[in-house]
Design a protein around this ligand. Structure first.
Ligand SMILES: [Zn+2]
Ligand SMILES: [Zn+2]
Length: 170
């Protein structure tokens, strides 16, 4: 599963601004967590590369904190996900991906060919944004929407391959 590490969004990879770092610090304190450089390094790494796998996050955090163990990063990921400072999602057939964009109920578009992931804003802005045809007596918290498809780059490649093949055959 080497390709998944190249998963990225079209958004430029930016360093967190001071305002974002301040919000993280406030969020950690609000949840009774100590503000540690490990936690901030994990948040920064994911902010720079949204929809990263845990392995990619470990590699990125180690540029800042070379001695951090894989286990420590995994513990931070699980903890920050549990307090909604990170969002974890699992497209079919890939490892879990993490992002710092939480609480806006956004959805994901997923290319089944190259496994690229893009954010899709929620049309309604809050969960659950889909009205189910049947609720079975449950109160719904969220609706997970995954748009599966072929991205524009892959479609171009497919078209090129098809064109090349038809030349050989004719
Ligand atoms: Zn693709
Ligand atoms: Zn996302």
């Amino acid at each position: 599963m080497a390709t998944i590490q190249q998963t990225q969004t079209a958004r430029p990879h930016q360093e967190a601004t001071e305002a974002i770092r301040r919000a993280w610090i406030q969020g950690l304190r609000a949840h009774g967590r100590r503000v540690t450089k490990q936690r901030l390094a994990v948040l920064s790494a994911i902010h720079r590369a949204p929809h990263s796998t845990a392995d990619a996050i470990v590699a990125s955090v180690r540029k800042e904190l070379p001695t951090i163990t894989m286990q420590s990063v995994y513990v931070v990921l699980a903890d920050l996900t549990s307090i909604d400072m990170l969002r974890k999602f699992e497209p079919p057939g890939t490892p879990a991906l993490y992002e710092t964009r939480t609480g806006d109920n956004h959805h994901h578009a997923f290319c089944i060919r190259c496994l690229r992931v893009e954010d899709v804003d929620c049309a309604v802005g809050e969960a659950p944004c889909l009205i189910p045809s049947e609720h079975h007596g449950m109160t719904f918290i969220s609706a997970d929407v995954l748009y599966r498809g072929i991205c524009a780059d892959c479609q171009q490649e497919i078209d090129r391959e098809m064109a090349a093949q038809s030349t050989i055959l004719s």
